[in-house]
Design a binder for this molecule. Sequence first.
Ligand SMILES: [Zn+2]
Ligand SMILES: [Zn+2]
Length: 316
Amino acid sequence: MLVSDLKWPITAIKLDWIPATTWMGFTPSKDDLLGRNRCTQTVLSQYRNGYVIEYITISLQSPNSGFERDPDYVRGRQIQEAYKGRFTAIHKLKTSSRPLEEIIGEKDFNKLQDVWAKGRKRCRWSVAFPIVESYEIKQKPLVKELLGEGLYKEFIGQTATLRAIDDRVRECLRTLEIEQIAAPNDWIDFEDEIRSASQSFINEGVQRLINRDLVGALEGQAEERKQLLRKRAAWLAEKFISQRRQTSGLKCDDCSFDPTTVLKGAVKPRSLLDVHHKNPLHEGVRKTTLDDFSLLCPTCHRVEHFRLKIGLQQTQ
Ligand SMILES: [Zn+2]
Ligand SMILES: [Zn+2]
């Protein structure tokens, strides 16, 4: 695929000395809550929910003394040598930051600070945005050649955050060939959804239906985790219902029963329809999505559950 096939525009450049794989970090000017918030806000305003293109810097900072032969640093140097001056990848960042410590763990975070922190300010890259979608740029072009001297000078320069770009730069990027690669941090979306779900009010009836669908589907998970997964599924089910209400309307997916046609519309359509989880068996292993639900009238819902029961008995 080409850059022009991406769903969103590329909005900013990130300067890195080695390619990012799971997160992009930014260093706040002050290591306190205000400093971190300010850094997050700046990045978000530059990023504007588009994609970030990654540029590998030509120069490389020296690590703190004693770490010149550190294996991670030496490996990083080799990678930087191979890609310096080039665009390497395009990433979609999560629209909220997390403390880097939370993403990579305390041990790795402390190691990073030992190698790179200046003096007592141990907050290098500490405002981190998990990468949730990634594309490798096939040709990895030299940026000076791709953009030309003028744009290169204008957009590639030292910054602790991102460099927002404009249409002149986007035009140069349009025909680059790219390929989607795995983004190991997409689990963070999942965890955030669980968090949102656990803070939301969820209709009891929906929760009950989903709990019934998920019986037996969460084997092997801890009880507390099971509860969170059930709640996330019900939270998604509610999203599914409201999406349906706004698009095709509330009808039974099997027999097309339309509740607005009975009792002269005196009943709320939703109260005559059930939400049903079609593929509950792997919830917890794979992510349930909005496509996993259907709306069924109570009769079709019963039939569906009989069908599942018989199907299960046949495969046992
Ligand atoms: Zn039906
Ligand atoms: Zn069901």
